[in-house]
Ligand binder design. Sequence first.
Ligand SMILES: Cc1ncc(COP(=O)(O)O)c(C=O)c1O
Length: 373
Amino acid sequence: LPIERAPKTIALYGGIPDLKEVPHSLIARAYRKALRRESVLGYTSDARGHERLRRAVAQLVRENRGVAASPDEVIITRGSQMGIDLSLRAVLRPGDVVCVEELGYRPAWSALQRSGAKIVPIPIDEDGMRIDALANVANVRLVYVTPHHQYPTTVMLTAARRMELLELARKNRFAILEDDYDYEFHYEGRSVLPLASADEAGVVVYMGTLSKILAPGLRLGFVIAPKPFVDRLARERFLIDRQGDHALELAVADLIEDDELGRHARKMRRLYQSRRDVLAKALRKLDALSFSVPNGGMALWARVDSSIDVDAWAERAKDRGVLFQPGRIFSLTSRRIQAARFGFASTSERDLEEAGRRLRSCATSRGTRAARD
Ligand SMILES: Cc1ncc(COP(=O)(O)O)c(C=O)c1O
């Protein structure tokens, strides 16, 4: 007898790479090889991470991103989250003023709240963080920013604003924590080089991750900054984690050196680009949405007109087996935002089309009040 199955849930969460595509066997082979080295299995005196991976990351950001760094200016962390937390520990005292983009990235805010900082939200628009608004804030100690693909809206900080931000940081002596979490995934036009590549005054702490190129579960990220700062992060890191997984770090260094990681990233970029196009096509059929197709990133940000209550829509969609993120969750104060983020990277084209159909079928419901703000 045929068995009735509930339709499978399609999660359009942003930022998660397609885990089915992770190159398991390449990683496993490199890891096996690394494990044969006794040196990676003991304690090490270096909390900055395996020297080969620091060297490989320094080379990668120099060649691909125009960021000049020596291996001594790199610390490998367990994902950017550790990089954020270590940097805050190194820079901040309770009560320090820290500016963040709003809308923005809650895990960074959580680390900030823990540090006792005073968080000041800075509005964003289609050109990224409003530097004119930032300039009005007094006694800023640190600015946390996602210039390449603003999180969650994916817009790029314009060249003019980048210059203004760097100049403001130099003049007012604050640090910039640049979270560059998905640099590789840019589809049209040229990627703009990170702020760190134009940082003549030494004000930028630059952070990257392998969570998007490889897999979040591997917990590999890095921070690049002047050596004394990196050494400070290493001392903080020693207290909580002593050292990273040096076997994994050596394995990944191998993958970078052999350009396996680059090959994988290029393959994923093609895959994600066509998924982006399929999702955009499916969502265009929804009149209540307005968006421009993102030229980078792993998610599409769409404004939702006031005929739909976006939070109620997200609930209805959940019942129909589609998960997406309503704008509210990216707001510091959890206020209603008539917009939503739809991730496309980890969903097949067929499922994206199906998700589009389900989203349309529940976009409006009789009796739903129009959003009031
Ligand atoms: C803004 C931002 N920063 C960083 C990350 C990556 O975090 P991690 O490297 O800790 O996995 C993400 C992933 O979703 C992100 O959206």
